[in-house]
Design a binder for this molecule. Structure first.
Ligand code: NAP
Length: 261
């Protein structure tokens, strides 16, 4: 459930904001009062998300833009355009962009391994680095950077060697960023970094999973159903807010209990 007003005066950027979890995050952050920058590889879908957002409470318009998280140049352009429009860096960042290219280990093409790592892992690094650099340069004393990993990064998954490796790496990026950005030598940056680990969430990414596999997965989930994108968005909004002010370097599972313990 949204907490109205909790994120008023926050500027947030959400990558992968044109679909699934990213779109739900944009909607939740906006409904709590944040100004939201919807960024996605697909500009048309980013614009669709933009149209669905409630007005932000400060009267600052939200914006949508194309951005490729796997390209340093594109991420840099994203940050430049945000600062040109709002005269400040985003204090909240949710990096939800991600892809899958599944195959069994024995058949996985090197190119498919590289592509998934490029978007999921390198993309997380580029986005976290760029937003952190902009925050530090602006003298900001607080910020909340949220990465989207996966429970698969912890436990592995048949047919997802590339995806599991990339998502395990996302947790490493997040924990290291959390240590460096909380304070560094005698500087105190106050930037929190946390990772959300969704389990099996109903989005366009999982729409292609065969019904047989879905039934098997559901049987393994203690809460007995797939999650909804809005349920991951709830956790992101919490992490973005001051309610999570003493949480950094954490990985929060949103799995309905799948693979607990
Ligand atoms: P989704 O509906 O496919 O959304 C992913 C979005 O990311 C799409 O709009 C996609 O654009 C965009 N994207 C892909 N590559 C990009 C790039 N290089 N730069 C910018 N945007 C890019 O998937 P989702 O289920 O919401 O997944 C969101 C995140 O949650 C991903 O990181 C995913 O790995 C993670 N996750 C999902 C689940 C799940 O069960 N759904 C579970 C664990 C973790 P296009 O449509 O143009 O490709």
């Amino acid at each position: 459930m949204a907490t109205p007003g909790r994120l008023v005066s926050r500027l947030a950027v959400v990558t992968g904001g044109g679909s699934g979890i990213g779109r739900a995050v944009c909607q939740r952050l906006a409904s709590e009062g944040a100004s939201v920058v919807v960024a996605d590889l697909n500009e048309a879908s980013a614009n669709e998300t933009l149209k669905s957002l409630p007005r932000d409470l400060r009267g600052q318009a939200h914006m949508a833009t194309a951005a490729d998280v796997a390209s340093k140049e594109s991420v840099k352009t994203l940050l430049t355009s945000i600062q040109a429009r709002y005269f400040q860096p985003p204090s909240v960042c949710v990096n939800a962009a991600g892809i899958t290219l599944d195959n069994f280990l024995l058949d996985m093409e090197e190119d498919d391994f590289d592509k998934v790592v490029q978007v999921n892992l390198k993309g997380s690094f580029l986005v976290v680095q760029a937003v952190a650099q902009a925050l530090v340069a602006s003298g900001a004393t607080k910020g909340s950077l949220i990465t989207v990993g996966s429970i698969v990064g912890k436990v592995g998954n048949i047919g997802q060697v590339n995806y599991a490796a990339s998502k395990a790496g996302v947790e490493g990026v997040t924990r290291t960023a959390a240590k460096e950005l909380a304070r560094w030598l005698h500087f105190r940056f106050g930037i929190r970094c946390n990772c959300v680990l969704p389990g099996f969430i109903s989005t366009p990414m999982t729409d292609t999973v065969p019904e047989k596999v879905i039934s098997k997965m559901k049987a393994l989930i203690p809460l007995g159903r797939m999650g909804e994108a809005a349920e991951v968005a709830d956790v992101c909004a919490f992490l973005a807010s001051d309610d999570a002010r003493y949480i950094t370097g954490a990985s929060l599972e949103v799995t309905g209990g799948l693979f607990m313990g």
